[in-house]
Design a protein around this ligand. Structure first.
Ligand SMILES: NC(=O)c1ccc[n+]([C@@H]2O[C@H](COP(=O)([O-])OP(=O)(O)OC[C@H]3O[C@@H](n4cnc5c(N)ncnc54)[C@H](OP(=O)(O)O)[C@@H]3O)[C@@H](O)[C@H]2O)c1
Length: 335
């Protein structure tokens, strides 16, 4: 049997267990061109919440009764696609379920000699690629510039800050605890970090950015972004990667200090990672080189659970409990 998590209703505010239902069905049979995957790790992403609303987004909303649609790393059990064989390890959009029959063309085969399976959902997966393209293509940091990254100890943020340093920029991370700040400076090599929950946030930020800010790589939005606007440098670039602080709100808090864009001749630009799909392979090759020479370090925060536990694990992410890429390990991975 296959256990699945389905969206039972559209959540109001943060999603709770009551917004989902757990179903059991017989194992799916892959059709022509499809692959049957057994899920080992479920990706825990703040943006998943934005796909359970009514309305429009850059991808289809999950229908009521639909399987909760997230990235998974797992093992090929049966393949009807020429590119995959039983036993291959893959990542793709299988969703929160123990098994899924999905189009082979939507899966990526994982070379475990480069990095463990978990990193193919994290640093070498969508989150790492998001940091790579958002920072380099949109932020375009120059050597010596100051790059500020919000949610710096998280999956995307930790990679963005390290790439900024690899490219010769000064990386300053913002995170929600002193322990996370120590992680980004001492373990990841950021030049400075600021605990954004400090009573003296602006003072600490000013101290950490003596030459003001050239690039903001923003993952959280909200009032914190407003504070960062006060430290913009001339011709700064603000990369709108995400707004985790707003995803559970019915009304999005937008920037109020936006006139700083005019004063500082600055640019604010968003992006969606899927637009870069034809460059993923080249980016992964470069990132694999950084992993090998030690200039890029990855951290996964793995929580054991079953399909039913997904809403509670996502809640922990929203509580800021993760350091690094948060994943839920299903019993199949431990076998
Ligand atoms: N544009 C794209 O194509 C694209 C693709 C993938 C991801 N993203 C975005 O990238 C961002 C980071 O995603 P991720 O997977 O790396 O998550 P993450 O940063 O690993 O985890 C979320 C972190 O956000 C912080 N947070 C949680 N609630 C918050 C709140 N209310 N206010 C401020 N901070 C809060 C917490 O860190 P602290 O403890 O430090 O607060 C938490 O650890 C998200 O906004 C996501 O939507 C964008």
């Amino acid at each position: 049997m296959n256990t699945q998590l389905r969206l039972a209703r559209r959540p109001s505010g943060e999603a709770t267990v009551d917004d989902f239902s757990v179903t059991q069905e017989t194992l799916p049979t892959p059709g022509e061109g499809e692959v049957l995957v057994r899920s080992h790790y479920i990706s825990i992403d703040p943006s998943s919440r934005t796909h359970w609303n009514d309305g429009e987004s850059y991808r289809a909303m999950v229908a009521i009764g639909g399987i909760v649609d997230v990235g998974v790393a797992g093992e090929v059990i049966e393949s009807r696609h020429p590119g995959f064989s039983a036993g291959d390890m893959v990542v793709g959009g299988v969703g929160v379920q123990e098994y899924g029959a999905v189009p082979g063309d939507s899966l990526t085969k994982c070379d475990l000699s480069i990095a463990p399976l978990t990193s193919w959902l994290g640093g070498l997966g969508i989150t790492g690629l998001t940091a790579y393209f958002g920072l380099l293509d949109v932020g375009d940091p120059k050597p010596g510039e100051t790059v500020v990254v919000t949610a710096a100890s998280g999956a995307v943020g930790m990679v963005a800050g390290q790439i900024a340093r690899i490219k010769g920029a000064r990386a300053v991370g913002l995170a929600g605890s002193d322990e996370k700040c120590r992680f980004v400076t001492e373990e990841l090599g950021f030049d400075a970090a600021v605990n954004y929950k400090s009573d003296e946030l602006y003072r600490d930020l000013k101290e950490a950015t003596p030459k003001r800010i050239d690039v903001i790589f923003d993952n959280v939005g909200g009032p914190l972004l407003d504070t960062l606007f006060r430290r913009l440098g001339m011709h700064a670039r603000i990369v709108v990667c995400g707004a985790t602080s707003q995803y559970n709100n019915d009304r999005i808090y937008g920037p109020t200090n936006y006139l700083a864009l005019a004063t500082m001749r600055a640019r604010m630009e968003g992006f969606i990672i899927f637009d870069y799909a034809d460059r993923y392979e080249a980016a992964r090759t470069e990132m694999a080189g950084w992993l090998k020479d030690g200039s890029l370090k990855l951290r996964e925060n793995i929580v054991d659970g079953t399909v039913e536990d997904y809403p509670n694990v996502l809640h922990r992410l929203y509580q800021g409990e993760n350091t690094g890429k948060m994943l839920m390990r299903l019993p199949a991975a431990g076998a």
